[in-house]
Each structure stands twice: as structure tokens, then as C-alpha cells.
Design a protein around this ligand. Structure first.
Ligand code: IMP
Length: 197
């Protein structure tokens, strides 16, 4: 089975490919479809945006499509940046700009008030059905950035039960406990069912 991974984010592609590595699936990414048109991500939730992306790319490629939408919700900021995580600092912002803005907004905020969680919604479309699965990972925002692995807010996110950031823990540890890992574990069951049909 060919599966289109409907994201251009290298970090996401790397993590999802690794998580589905042992399934007999050929994973292709959007890089192999340079002419497809991305949708406007107009949904009000991670799940709605994942659904919009999966449906749009299925329509244009005819391939079973897995899309995901994810982001960080910081309690002190009443859930911000949420679905706007990728463009928190500005449209087309770099990860470093987003991290800097978040640290600035939390300057002086005490450790106990820096709680946050990552959310990930995965949608799979095969032309007949649409499935969604979500995953959550609780933690807190560090006082400063540290570590080099991963992407996005990984240098400032300390998962619950740990003392250091995702970016210092490394990809293998992150991929066991992350919001994406949790959503993908559920999505896997759907893919396994599709493979037996
Ligand atoms: P999306 O492409 O609209 O889903 O953007 C998700 C954004 O949320 C990314 O660009 C990151 O800024 C952030 N994000 C989502 N998942 C992660 C993660 O696992 N680590 C760090 N940042 C993440």
C-alpha cells in the first residue's frame, strides 16, 4: 500500500516515517507532488485542520492520505499558540522566532505556572472513510532553550516526569512519549486494518 504523508515539515516526516517503519507500506511525501495545491487551514481545531488537509490531498492524488495537525497549548497564555503554533511570531516564522516570542511572553513566570501540552491530530482518508485520532503530551516550558534535536518548540518543552527538553532527550525518547507518538499509535491500528482489506 502507498501512503501519502501530507506534510512538508521535515521534522514531522522523519518522526512519522520512523514510527510506521515496520508496516509494509510505501510512504511518499508531498515533496513528490510539487504541483498539488495546499488548502487554507481554516479549521478551528487540530482535528478539523488535519481533516481538511487529508481530504484535500486525497482529492488531488487519489492516494490513501495521512495528514496531521499539531501544536503547543500554554496554560498561562490560555491555550496559545494552539493551532497557530507554526506562525506564532509571524506568517512564515522560523522555529527560532516562535521560541523567542514564547519565552518573551513567559519572562518572569514561575516554574509552576509554565505548564503546557502538545496536541497532535491525525486524519486518514482512503476515499471511502475518514478516521481521526488525537494524542496529547503534557509538560512545561523551560526558562531557556536547550538541546539540538527535533524541531519547533522542542528546545523549550520539558515533558512531564522529565527534567530536560525534548530537544535534549533526543528523537528516540521523544518518539515514545510524544503527542505524535500517541496519535500515531491509534492511527496505526487503522492502517493495519486497511492493509488486511
Ligand atoms: P502545523 O504544520 O500547522 O501542524 O504546525 C505545527 C507547529 O506546531 C510546528 O511548526 C511546531 O512549531 C509546533 N509543533 C508541533 N509538533 C511539535 C513537536 O513535536 N515539537 C515541537 N514543536 C511542535
Amino acid at each position: 500500500m502507498k501512503l501519502l504523508l501530507a506534510t512538508g515539515n521535515r521534522g514531522k516526516v522523519r518522526e512519522i516515517t520512523e514510527m510506521l517503519r515496520d508496516l509494509p507500506i510505501e510512504i511518499v511525501s508531498l515533496r513528490e507532488f510539487p504541483h498539488v495545491t495546499p488548502p487554507v487551514e481554516s479549521g478551528k481545531s487540530f482535528a478539523a485542520n488535519a481533516r481538511i488537509k487529508a481530504e484535500t490531498y486525497f482529492r488531488q492524488t487519489g492516494l490513501v492520505t495521512l495528514a496531521e495537525d499539531s501544536g503547543l497549548r500554554v496554560d498561562y497564555l490560555r491555550g496559545q499558540p494552539g493551532i497557530f503554533s507554526a506562525r506564532f511570531a509571524r506568517d512564515g516564522a522560523t522555529d527560532a522566532e516562535n521560541v523567542r516570542k514564547l519565552l518573551r511572553l513567559l519572562r518572569g513566570v514561575k516554574t509552576g505556572k509554565r505548564t503546557a501540552h502538545f496536541m497532535c491530530a491525525v486524519a486518514i482518508v482512503d476515499g471511502k472513510n475518514l478516521w481521526t485520532a488525537v494524542g496529547k503530551c503534557k509538560g512545561r516550558i523551560a526558562a531557556r532553550a536547550s538541546g539540538r534535536s527535533g524541531f519547533g518548540y522542542d528546545p523549550i518543552f520539558i515533558p512531564k516526569g522529565y527534567r530536560t527538553t525534548f530537544a535534549r532527550l533526543g528523537e528516540e525518547a521523544k518518539n515514545k512519549i510524544s503527542h505524535r507518538a500517541r496519535a500515531l499509535r491509534k492511527a496505526r491500528a487503522i492502517l493495519e486494518r486497511l492493509l488486511t482489506e
